[in-house]
Design a protein. Structure first.
Length: 319
């Protein structure tokens, strides 16, 4: 296991241990009691966007791989790949492309699905929820997909300036604008749980940051053909500055909201897409992926590259 990942993993193990203690002893194969807070099957629930849903990892749940719903919930997602003693059920309601508004009470419908807060309400009623893991914010003001596209455009145009010169001046402001939106989502999820009869201390609430998909440690000549059409200088800025600022903003949200924080900013270090120091099979992030079949299935070109630059199945297992 890479050294950079050890700290996040230790933290996750500590969190898992807390969940196991909170869950108590579960007898394998026993029938759950009547559904109520603390008496239904024990569960861990993940919410958020594509980084948590498992976009790019494949093996998507039926009904989440188009043509109307592209939540792309993978059987290999981080939560589905996590075993916690004493927890019977791992539920993933994260959805690719989700923004904070899609996690609010009565929030926006996304890919035909109701808001994740409203989905959590039913889960909290039917299960004994021991942990909520939320990863959200990248699709708000940071506009991850649009920012990546800006960098790809800069790579493709030899006369254009590096994208970092466009993005760096506005990045702090985007983080400041994102933070209250994520705080509001956290507050709404707390409200849902309280209304379902849970005390704040009855379960753990974990907000996570994001790992960098890029590295400047790529083959300078072939990295575009390898699936990473981004300038080395821009990749370095994304890894060393942009992702760190995003993580710091989310850490602040967690502190102000009184929830736990799991910092994944360096979780993929040494295993990013197109990293020249490791074999392709050992990388934890997918490069540019082109799914031409999507042009015929959805008619929307965005779905052709939707799975690009996300943790792959191996990455989710490591997380």
């Amino acid at each position: 296991m890479a050294t950079a990942l050890r700290t996040p993993v230790r933290r996750l193990v500590a969190l898992a241990g807390g969940v196991a203690l909170a869950a108590g002893v579960v007898v394998s194969g026993s029938s759950p009691a009547a559904a109520a807070p603390g008496s239904g099957p024990t569960a861990v629930v993940s919410l958020g966007d594509s980084a948590m849903s498992g976009e790019g990892a494949g093996a998507y749940e039926t009904g989440t791989d188009g043509p109307q719903n592209y939540c792309h919930r993978s059987a290999y997602s981080t939560i589905k790949s996590t075993a916690i003693s004493g927890v019977q059920t791992r539920i993933n309601i994260a959805c690719s492309g989700a923004a904070s508004s899609d996690v609010r009470i009565g929030g926006t419908t996304h890919f035909t699905e109701p808001s994740q807060a409203d989905q959590l309400r039913a889960i909290a009623r039917d299960y004994d929820v021991k942990m909520i893991v939320l990863q959200i914010g990248a699709n708000d003001d940071p506009a991850f997909s649009d920012s990546v596209f800006t960098c790809v455009q800069a790579w493709a145009d030899p006369f254009a300036s590096a994208c970092k010169y466009t993005l760096a001046p506005v990045w702090p402001g985007r983080m400041a604008a994102m933070a209250p939106k994520v705080e509001a989502s956290v507050a709404d999820l707390r409200t849902v749980m309280r209304e379902a009869g849970y005390a704040d201390s009855a379960y753990q609430f974990v907000l996570t940051s994001y790992a960098s998909p890029f590295t400047e440690n790529m083959n300078w000549l072939t990295h575009g053909l390898d699936g990473c059409p981004i300038r080395l200088a821009d990749a370095k800025w994304a890894r060393t500055e942009a992702v760190g600022q995003l993580s710091a903003a989310l850490r602040g949200v967690a502190a102000r909201s009184g929830v736990r924080f799991l910092d994944l900013a360096r979780a993929t270090e040494g295993r990013e897409a197109c990293n020249r120091s490791v074999a392709t099979a050992s990388r934890w992030v997918s490069p540019l992926l082109i799914d031409v079949d999507e042009l015929f299935q959805s008619g929307d070109p965005i779905h052709v590259v939707r799975q690009s630059f996300h943790p792959n199945a191996n990455g989710h297992r490591q997380f």
